[in-house]
Design a protein around this ligand. Sequence first.
Ligand SMILES: Nc1ncnc2c1ncn2[C@@H]1O[C@H](COP(=O)(O)OP(=O)(O)OP(=O)(O)O)[C@@H](O)[C@H]1O
Length: 252
Amino acid sequence: MSVITSTPRISSATAARVEGVTKLYGSGDAAVVALDDVSVGLGQGHFTAIMGPSGSGKSTLLHVLAGLDRPSSGEVFLGDTEITGLGDKRLTMLRRDRIGFIFQSFNLLPTMTAAENIVLPLRIAGRKPDPDWVDSIVATVGLSGRLSHRPAELSGGQQQRVAAARALASRPDIVFADEPTGALDSTSGAELLGFLRTAVTDLGQTVVMVTHDPTAASYADRVIFLADGRVVDEMHAATADEVLDHMKHLGA
Ligand SMILES: Nc1ncnc2c1ncn2[C@@H]1O[C@H](COP(=O)(O)OP(=O)(O)OP(=O)(O)O)[C@@H](O)[C@H]1O
């Protein structure tokens, strides 16, 4: 009998991972266990969505993975670097050099044009933008005709696409997105998610996104479900309906 093994389409390397991570807020009777002994790896070149009910620990996991918050115990790796042992200064530099962020609020500087906003973090870091890379990001995000506009002259969807281009401009090891479509209408949300999907499929980027929205999660390669601070399940290449059914099943 022959055994057929499939060749993975994408790399099996891990862009970031947590091992036995617990995060407590407060102490004594008032302590909240936001993450309860979580171990999970996030594949390089993958688009991963993190879902779960309100208060299940999604944002805490994202913040711990991104070095924005420290776990109470356990280890956090960005690539091969264990980051919980790093001092604040090294952690800040690591975030600046290796991580991109997209938040629900776009956080663009109002006095700067879209083009200036996109390369601002690179300039602050004293790095020269790679023009070919930035051009490919801008073309993919569909902002070529809007680069000289200031944020107030752009729609919400366009502003979020500027923020997404900014997150990718430094070619980070990993992009973390916390509810990136939360403030967008469905058309703008779909455009942003399409861009993130293309950044992963065509440009080889790694994206990790917290979302409540099954449609947003359906753009991901993998959906991780949290409940009560634990990873309780995951799905691969799921449709929005499949994610929704699964959420009902989990009582999310
Ligand atoms: N700074 C904090 N101080 C105290 N408790 C906190 C803090 N941040 C989060 N928590 C608590 O930790 C738990 C997990 O919160 P977290 O924000 O990670 O959940 P979430 O799944 O992202 O929720 P939501 O979907 O509502 O944004 C919740 O019970 C929350 O109240």
